[in-house]
Each structure stands twice: as structure tokens, then as C-alpha cells.
Design a protein around this ligand. Structure first.
Ligand code: SF4
Length: 291
């Protein structure tokens, strides 16, 4: 697979044994940072924090990515299956409530190999942009307990503007349909199995958010929906005048009102105070902590 990579919908065909693909990935998984994350949804960060692993590179590459420095050309520690497996074990020993794999879609075979070596005793979370093929998802599925997929855009025009990918919704909606089938199970408030679909409301895009929610609600699964209002200008957002500001209270409220009016109960809403750079992991330092 790695000599002519077609793992993700970009299907760039890179020989990853000698070069990097369009996602920035080479032969080995690259880990930029890992640690205990206190700011995920309460059932994910739970008591001691989510054992979060940030991988370098990304196949989707949103212009406004809050992890821009690692998703667009970022480099990390090259980790083979044994190293990745040891790193998961270290997080478990540090008391993590789960292993949270952030944007690992371009490393599915490498991550699956690590999880085959040793299965963590805590839930494994697949934290994804959802721009994934169903084949790749089926490969990682046996090792995943909790899915944490983003569903970012409905309109092809908007996804093309911010990611260069007009097919985002057609790809991601298939992936989310697959992930949302996972039955939710909480133990004492901690999610041990299930799916939380996340959506970040963007400035001037509330109507698109409503289409995303309308589609999600039509799925009729018991998956949770997490409506996020934490947008903060990052990365290349300066190239898009409409992305140079945070959300207004009115914009978030319009999206929130739609979700509440639906009567759907499995939801998470975010306080507007979450739109603060202090909640964005610091990838520049070498400290153990993420923030
Ligand atoms: S995972 Fe990376 S290298 Fe493979 S097809 Fe996608 S963009 Fe190309």
C-alpha cells in the first residue's frame, strides 16, 4: 500500500517509502505531541484527562485549522508499531481515561499494527475529520471503541473554498454514517463506546451548520452531537476576510436554537468562552503538558 498510497480519498498515489504524500505522511507514523487533554467533551476528558496523541500531517488541510502548524507540513517523532504501542501504554500508566488518536487517518495501517501489538485496557477514541474512505475505516474499526468524527461542511462550495475539496460532504457523510452506528455506552459518565459527531460553526456559515445538523438528525442513530462555537482565527484564515473574526453570539445562538428545537437529547453545547487560544494545544514547546 505504501508504495502507491491510495489510503484516503485524495488517492495521491505517493510512494511513501521514499517521499511524502499530499497529506505530508511518509512511511512511519509521526507523533508531534501526546499528553492528558482536559478540554474534550466531559465524557471523553472525564476525570483524569484524555490520553491524546497528535499526529503530523493531514489529508483534509482546512485553511483555518487550529492545529495548522502540525497539520500543514508539521513533523514529529517517527514511531514504528512498537514505539506507538509503548506510547499508548505510557499514557495508560499516567492515568489517561482513554487513548485519543487525533487525525490519524493517513496512518491507519501503522496505528492498526500498534494496536495489534497490545490492546490498551482503556477505550480507544478515533478523532477524525471524517475525510476517510470506508475501506480505511473498516481496517481501523476493530480497534476503536469511541468515534469522535467532525462533520465540517455541507456545501461543496464552502468545503472547496476552505479545503480545496468539493467532495467533502459526500465522503464524510458516508464515513459518519458508518461511525454513528456504534452504540453509545457510558459508565458513570465516561463514554466507553459510541460516537460523538462534532461540528464547528464558522463565521457567516450558520445556514451550512443547520444543513449539517438536519442531515445528522435524519440519520436517526443514538449518536451524540457536539455543537462547537470555539472558532478562533488560525492558520491561513487571514486569506479569507470572513474568517478573520470569532463567531458572534447571535451566530452560535441561531445554530444552538435549531438543535434545541429539534428535541434531540444527546447533545453537547459549548460555552462561547471556549473560543480562546488558551484552549489550543501548544505544539512549540517540549513540555509534557499539552497546554
Ligand atoms: S493518505 Fe496521504 S499519501 Fe495516502 S493517498 Fe492520502 S494524501 Fe496520499
Amino acid at each position: 500500500m505504501l508504495t502507491r498510497c491510495r489510503l484516503c480519498p485524495v488517492r495521491c498515489g505517493a510512494d511513501r517509502t521514499t517521499a511524502r504524500g499530499a497529506c505530508g505522511a511518509g512511511e512511519y507514523a509521526e507523533v508531534v505531541k501526546y499528553g492528558l487533554h482536559p478540554y474534550e467533551e466531559p465524557c471523553i476528558s472525564f476525570a483524569r484527562g484524555s490520553g491524546t496523541v497528535f499526529f503530523a500531517g493531514c489529508a483534509l488541510r482546512c485553511a483555518f485549522c487550529q492545529n495548522y502548524e502540525i497539520s500543514h507540513g508539521g513533523r514529529g517523532e517517527k514511531a514504528d508499531a512498537a514505539r506507538l504501542s509503548a506510547l499508548f501504554a505510557e499514557l495508560e500508566e499516567r492515568g489517561a481515561d482513554n487513548i485519543n488518536l487525533v487525525t490519524g487517518a493517513h496512518y491507519v495501517p501503522q496505528i492498526a499494527a500498534a494496536l495489534r501489538l497490545r490492546r490498551p485496557k482503556i477505550p480507544v477514541v478515533w478523532n477524525t475529520h471524517s475525510y476517510e474512505t470506508e475501506e480505511a475505516l473498516r481496517e481501523i474499526d476493530p480497534y476503536i471503541d469511541v468515534y469522535l468524527p467532525d462533520l465540517k461542511f455541507f456545501s461543496p462550495k464552502i468545503s472547496a473554498r476552505y479545503t480545496g475539496k468539493a467532495d467533502y460532504f459526500s465522503v464524510a457523510s458516508r464515513a459518519v454514517s458508518f461511525m454513528a452506528k456504534r452504540r453509545c455506552e457510558l459508565q458513570g459518565g465516561k463514554m466507553v463506546a459510541g460516537c460523538i459527531v462534532r461540528h464547528l460553526v464558522l463565521p457567516l456559515c450558520v445556514n451550512d451548520s443547520i444543513e449539517v445538523m438536519r442531515w445528522f438528525l435524519s440519520l436517526g442513530t443514538g449518536a451524540y452531537f457536539s455543537l462547537m462555537g470555539q472558532y478562533t482565527p488560525c492558520g491561513e484564515s487571514g486569506k479569507f476576510p470572513e474568517l478573520s473574526r470569532r463567531l458572534t453570539a447571535r451566530e452560535y445562538k441561531k445554530a444552538e436554537d435549531f438543535l434545541l428545537a429539534s428535541g434531540y437529547e444527546n447533545i453537547f453545547l459549548q460555552a462561547r468562552s471556549a473560543a480562546d487560544e488558551k484552549f489550543i494545544p501548544d505544539f512549540t514547546d517540549k513540555k509534557d503538558s499539552l497546554f
